[in-house]
Design a protein around this ligand. Structure first.
Ligand code: DX5
Ligand code: ZN
Length: 214
């Protein structure tokens, strides 16, 4: 059974607190917070103040996904006593090792994400210091895109590496996943599944969440 992190990018922003309370009451593990800067990705979502505004509504920890150029500039803004992970993109950091170190110095678990076109081997030198690897199964920037199955061998690669090296990072996947295809990423060995549209737009959220986790 996988853990689930619904992405609030697909929530109804006009009643965000209500939507957050609703999904948090359905046995989810984390709330996925998609932050986009209009530079690393061609879209702008929201920033730390919006995240902090739902802190009282969120009864599960925040899983923050920074799609931001040089995210090291903003780490401290996303640290709250409810922040479990802060994930940055390999492609967005000029000094990934320092960025990971600074996240951990704040007492938060450090995640690193790779875009679909990035080869999984690029994280080789960082694996021992990372708490979470986020494999993108769509091009970052927008919700509601089609799942790319090129993410599956990457999940398997990180799972096998973890076994070979005796490491303990978690593996997460993000983009285009719902109850219809979640078995693919579960079979590849993923630990945490991000799902935006599938959960927030589901006619039956409980059934959708159950179908994703397996
Ligand atoms: C894409 C975001 C995803 C996205 C997932 O840039 O990182 O978290 O919101 O949304 P769905 O599940 O709709 O593909
Ligand atoms: Zn995301």
């Amino acid at each position: 059974m996988a853990k689930i992190a619904p992405s609030i990018l697909a929530a109804d922003f006009s009643r965000l607190g209500e939507d957050v309370r609703d999904v948090c009451s359905r046995g989810i593990d984390y709330l996925h917070i998609d932050v986009m800067d209009g530079m690393f990705v061609p879209n702008i979502s929201f920033g730390p103040d919006v995240m902090k505004s739902i802190k009282e509504d969120a009864s599960v920890p925040f899983d923050v996904h920074l799609m931001v150029t040089e995210p090291v500039r903003y780490i401290d803004r996303f640290v709250t006593d409810n922040t479990e992970f802060i994930t940055v993109h390999y492609e967005a950091c000029s000094d990934l090792a320092a960025t990971v170190r600074i996240i951990k110095e704040h007492g938060v678990k450090a995640g690193v994400s790779v875009k679909p076109g990035t080869s999984p081997e690029v994280l080789e030198d960082y694996l021992a210091d990372i708490d979470l690897i986020l494999v993108m199964s769509v091009e970052p920037g927008f919700g509601g895109q089609k799942f790319m199955d090129s993410s599956l061998p990457k999940i398997e690669y990180y799972r096998d590496k973890r076994d070979d090296l005796g490491l303990s990072y978690e593996i997460e996947v993000d983009g285009g996943i719902g109850s219809v295809n979640a078995h693919l990423v579960r079979d590849a060995g993923v630990d945490i599944i991000v799902a935006g549209s599938a959960v927030f737009r589901a006619p039956d959220r409980d059934a959708e969440i159950k179908g994703i986790c397996g």
